[in-house]
Design a protein around this ligand. Structure first.
Ligand code: GLN
Ligand code: ZN
Length: 787
């Protein structure tokens, strides 16, 4: 019989129970026991739900109090020295210290310079998802030892409920590949020999507890791998086979491509393939799968929110079953459902037609079960469901809610000149200089100002109908007025209104564009207790009305200084939403770009002379394989240019990106042709700037000189020193002075003195520069080119 299987279930809870439990535990408002019991309840609910739905292979150990990669590091004892308590065993406090850092003096042993406590481990994006994992740290001479029995305990917990689960472990090779080392020249893969015995130990314990199947997640198998990595995979699974357990190796987020043939030969019982991202690999896999190997068909999209076209998908499953026999087939989501919202049944406000197109984690598992039944009992057993699904699929293909000929025509008629400003940067620069009259080293901020309790309450009251539009507006206007007064008093040169009307930089626009739906409970874990609620782009996108113009106009009316209009860029809106799967991402991105272009035009017409289009997600859209980058960068850059190029020379376009790895995308960043780019720089200041200088980045740059991720208030002197360093590598005429990112997470008590220090530092540098340049003849900055 074919097996209905799941790869992983969301752990945060349908009502974000885990988030709430963690955020009450951390500040000491609830006990460890309470936290653990909420975790236990969630696991029980998830297992019993999956069992009730008819899933045969139910995962365990897919739950985590923070992150599954951290769990793995913790399990094998890869606990960096700074978290090793002087006495006693590792505890939950150790675990959370690794995740979030700790001020506890117990953890200060190895980090004497940073005062008491230890800083958190680094966090980075899990492949191309918006989930972030804790990066394992390895050192030469790294020792491993079994430090946590979580996998076994959770297996037994489910067993006690009468459910034999399939425990999930992050595979040893992907685990090592996801980690990093500070020891130069040290090869992480050399740790495999000492890591494998720990895995073997866990497997023996699981076997002893009664486990039959084990899922080993090896998503690294979809990447471009070298001979060394290939050898490591083979070595690992040759070593682990002696455990006598049945292994399923799970691959996801792409096809195995050139790795497929040797992966199918690994000594395991089953391989899971992502057939949503890479359906083409099924044929080859069917042909090449040796003897008894079982294939887990990842047919239900774990990364998006759409109902599956069951008729089309079933045909694929049937093909595989015919060739291999249904005993060798598992039906599954493409990847863990960690990346899906939990339950569509909680949505009460969605349009009923849109609702009929959607499936969240629970509904996706229903689809898994339906497909499995069709293989085992024949199509007739589920004929009604198939018919209904066909109807919905067909209706969707023609729904006027999705397809808007006017939008499509406009998109098709975009002309090449719409991707270009009228003149090159050097000409625009002169025009902007004359129009804006800014000093050398102009100061500005990235857009948002503190989102205080009061501001949040205002929005919530308005949303729930407790406050009228007029009173909401009046209250926000007061906030804006006050924010402008503070910026003027501080002496900033280009002001912002503060973004108080925005809950989220993508949802705010999604709520005002056609083709978008926002959910009430469509939360997905981002990291630890943090969740995001991505809007759903279901149809053609257009702007229905101006979205930010009133606020910007109001703000500009209060000051003579230039007010910066704030927009979210097309790539970021796309990246941080669930997107439609019936057309290429780039087509959707172009529609968003045109909508933003309209907003840019209206802002300009309303007298806004500086417009910032944020693209913090630009880099994270990069495909996992280098070979696919070029295509992405072309349309991503194109979308930004389409959104931003409709303005006069005098109108200054800014963009903002909140990270600092630009080395391998510098061409693309320059090709975006924003007049000014602000970036995060406070961590690796000089390295980053050297990259910009060496590349001869042609336009202006604002490297963040105030680290907004820390509550620390920087001194004037500190910022001045940073600026001096910056001016060693970049000509002053090219440099802006600004914080790293928006200030919404900071408090006014921090922001006010920090910005004062920043403005003061800029003044000092300006003065010093004037004195210097009156002595020297050199004035043409070296890094200016006319591109
Ligand atoms: N303008 C946004 C803000 O200041 C930018 C946020 C971001 O880049 N993530 O909040
Ligand atoms: Zn930012």
């Amino acid at each position: 019989m074919a097996i209905a299987s799941n790869v992983g279930f969301p752990r945060i809870g349908a009502h974000r129970e885990l988030k709430k439990a963690l955020e009450s535990y951390w500040p000491g408002k609830s006990s460890e026991m309470e936290l653990l019991s909420i975790g236990k309840n969630l696991r029980r609910e998830n297992w019993t739900l999956q069992k009730a739905l008819g899933i045969d292979h139910i995962p365990s150990n897919d739950f985590s109090l923070y992150d599954h990669v951290l769990d793995t590091a913790y399990m094998v004892g890869a606990i960096p020295a700074r978290y090793q308590p002087e006495a006693g065993d590792v505890t939950l406090a150790t675990y959370f210290a690794m995740a979030r850092g700790s001020r506890d003096a117990r953890f200060s042993g190895a980090a004497p310079t940073s005062g008491s406590g230890a800083h958190a481990m680094e966090m980075t994006k899990w492949f191309d998802t918006n989930y972030h994992y804790i990066v394992p740290e390895f050192e030469s001479g790294q020792r491993f030892r079994l430090s946590s029995r979580k996998a076994v305990e959770e297996f037994l917990e489910a067993k006690a409920l009468g459910i034999i689960t399939r425990p999930v472990l992050l595979g040893p090779v992907s685990f090592l590949l996801l980690g990093k080392t500070k020891t130069p020249g040290f090869k992480v893969m050399s740790l495999l020999d000492s890591l494998l015995p720990i895995y073997a130990e866990v497997l023996q314990l699981l076997k002893g507890a009664g486990a039959e199947w084990i899922q080993l997640d090896e998503p690294a198998l979809i990447l471009e791998l070298g001979a060394e990595e290939e050898a490591a995979f083979i070595q690992a699974y040759e070593y682990l086979r002696s455990s006598g357990l049945r292994f399923l190796i799970a691959t996801y987020f792409g096809g195995l491509r050139e790795n497929l043939d040797w992966v199918l030969d690994l000594p395991v019982s089953a391989i899971h393939l992502d057939l949503v991202r890479a359906p083409e690999q099924l044929q080859e896999a069917i042909q090449m799968a040796p003897g008894t190997l079982q294939l887990s068909l990842g047919l239900i999209n774990g990364r998006n929110v759409w109902r599956t076209d069951l008729n089309r998908t079933l045909a694929l499953a049937e093909q595989a079953a015919q060739r291999l026999g249904r005993d060798r087939i598992l039906i599954a989501p493409s990847c863990s459902l960690l990346h899906s919202p939990v339950d569509l049944e909680l949505e009460r406000n969605l349009d009923s037609e849109v609702l009929s197109w959607l499936a969240f984690a629970k509904q996706k598992l229903e689809e898994v079960v339906v497909l499995t039944r069709a293989l085992n009992e024949g199509r007739t057993a589920i004929q009604k469901i198939l018919d209904r699904n066909r109807e919905t699929t067909e209706r969707k293909q023609h729904s006027p809610r999705i397809h808007n000929p006017a939008i499509q025509q406009r998109s098709a008629r975009v002309k090449p000149e719409m991707f270009h400003r009228k003149n090159a940067y050097n000409i625009r620069e002169q025009a902007q200089k004359a129009a804006l009259q800014l000093p050398l080293l102009p100061t500005t901020t990235i857009g948002s100002f503190p989102q205080t309790k009061e501001v949040r309450a205002l929005r919530a009251e308005y949303k729930s109908g407790k406050r009228t539009l007029e009173s909401y507006r009046a209250a926000l206007q007061k906030e804006i007025q006050e924010t402008i007064r503070i910026q003027e008093a501080t002496g900033l040169d280009v002001l912002v209104h503060g973004e108080f009307e925005r809950n989220d930089m993508v949802e705010f626009f999604g709520e005002q564009l056609s083709g978008f739906a926002t959910t009430e409970n469509g939360w997905v874990q981002s990291y630890g207790s943090r969740c995001v609620k991505p809007p759903i782009i279901y149809g053609d996108v257009a702007r229905l009305h101006p979205m930010t113009v009133d606020w910007a106009k109001f703000a500009q009316s209060l000051t003579l200084k230039p007010m910066k209009g704030m927009l979210t860029g097309p790539v970021t809106v796309l990246e941080w939403s669930f997107v439609r799967d019936d057309q290429p991402r780039e087509s959707t991105c172009r529609q968003i770009a045109l909508a933003i272009r309209d907003e840019v035009a209206d802002l300009e017409a309303a007298g806004i002379r500086v417009i910032q289009i944020d693209e913090p997600a630009f880099r994270e859209g990069l495909p996992l394989r280098r070979a696919d980058w070029k295509n992405y960068l072309e349309w991503a850059v194109g979308s930004f240019r389409l959104a931003s190029s409709g303005v006069r020379d005098e109108t200054q376009i800014h963009t903002h990106m909140c990270y600092s790895e630009f080395n391998n995308i510098m061409d693309a960043v320059a090709a975006m042709d924003a007049d000014v780019i602000s970036i995060e720089a406070s961590r690796s200041e000089m390295e980053l700037l050297r990259a910009f200088a060496q590349f001869r980045y042609p336009n202006a740059i604002g490297p963040g000189v105030y680290d907004i991720h820390s509550p620390r208030v920087p001194t004037t002197e500190e910022i001045e020193n940073l600026l001096k360093n910056i001016l060693q590598v970049l000509p002053a005429s090219q440099v802006w002075v600004n914080p790293d990112c928006g200030l919404k997470t900071r408090r006014w008590e921090e922001v006010r003195p920090a910005l004062s220090a920043m403005v003061e530092a800029a003044r000092h540098c300006r003065q010093a520069h004037k004195e210097n340049s009156s002595e020297s003849v050199q004035s043409v900055p070296a890094a200016k080119t006319t591109r």
